[in-house]
Write a protein that binds this ligand. Structure first.
Ligand SMILES: C[S@@+](CC[C@H](N)C(=O)[O-])C[C@H]1O[C@@H](n2cnc3c(N)ncnc32)[C@H](O)[C@@H]1O
Length: 273
């Protein structure tokens, strides 16, 4: 099992994981796949996430057995894969995910960034569920090609940036054209693909709802303080101003229409030639 001790900042930042698990009660770290008539509830979100995982597993070509889940999060997909009879291994550079995975899944775990990994290889399928965007494009294909059996498959499900000039929205995700060029320059061919953007929009809508409520709650809770202590409030604003402004600027990330205009969430199954 590889253990390349990733850098401390990546390995100790567990805020996102704690927020998902402890605040929202979510075990999965991806957007999920909603049905058109789903209501915006926590139960629907959980069902959408399970539906997405089932879709990934159902898309594994027949005859495949050994699966590597790259950026395996808290190990939910690995647990599902094991339950469906696959031989599975997880990989993540996050120390907190390593701990959670060890508690939940009886399977090998590689504590490393994929691009630095020294895997023994021989996998039938490598899955990157919302983790591809963290790995340099050329290294995605180079390391996957080395780690797969001849004729093996690389599955990528992630969002990509269509418009590089859309501010906050352009900041995360690989450039779509650069990614497709990476495929052409690689030994992989596209076997199947599906635009998943419409299926994830309700995750943005429900998150935007929550953001609205959190901001309203903060406004109500600070109202008395603001009225009684205008000077202290001004001081606090100056102190927290940048963080608050950043949070407001990032609200655009939850705008489903803008997301669809700037980004594309796509499923790809690549076959190693
Ligand atoms: C948004 S989470 C997705 C988690 C999980 N695959 C899922 O679908 O719920 C991104 C995952 O990618 C992992 N990750 C980040 N950088 C990585 C890298 N360079 N190599 C491999 N995994 C990475 C994170 O630790 C995390 O597990």
């Amino acid at each position: 099992m590889s253990d390349n001790a990733p850098s401390a900042d990546r390995s100790t930042n567990d805020r996102a994981l704690r927020f998902y698990r402890d605040v929202l009660g979510l075990e999965r770290l991806h957007y999920g796949m909603w049905l058109p008539d789903d209501e915006l509830t926590m139960d629907s979100l959980k069902a959408a996430q399970k539906r997405y995982e089932d879709f990934l597993i159902d898309s594994i070509p027949e005859g495949a057995r050994r699966v590597l889940d790259v950026g395996c999060g808290t190990g939910e997909l690995c647990m599902n894969l094991k339950a469906r009879g696959y031989e599975v291994e997880g990989l993540s550079p996050d120390i907190n995910q390593k701990k959670v995975f060890a508690e939940k899944v009886e399977a090998p775990f590689h504590f490393t960034r994929f691009e630095d990994s020294q895997l023994e290889g021989g996998y039938d399928v490598i899955i990157m569920s919302e983790s591809c965007q963290y790995i340099p494009i050329d290294r995605v294909f180079e390391v996957a090609a080395k780690s797969l059996k001849p004729g093996g498959y690389l599955m990528v499900c992630d969002y990509f940036v269509l418009d590089q000039n859309a501010g906050e929205l352009s900041k995360s995700g690989h450039d779509y054209d650069a990614f497709l060029k990476g495929v052409v320059d690689s030994p992989f061919e596209i076997e199947t693909r599906r635009d998943v953007t419409p299926d994830i929009r309700k995750t943005l809508e429900i998150a935007d709802d929550w953001a609205e409520k959190i901001l309203l709650g903060a406004d109500i809770l600070t109202e008395k303080f603001r009225n009684r202590n205008p000077f202290l409030w001004k001081l606090a604003q100056r102190f927290f101003g940048k963080k608050y402004e950043k949070a407001i600027a990032q609200r655009v990330l939850l705008d489903a229409d803008k997301f669809s205009a700037v980004k594309k969430y796509e499923f790809f199954l690549f076959k190693l030639g």
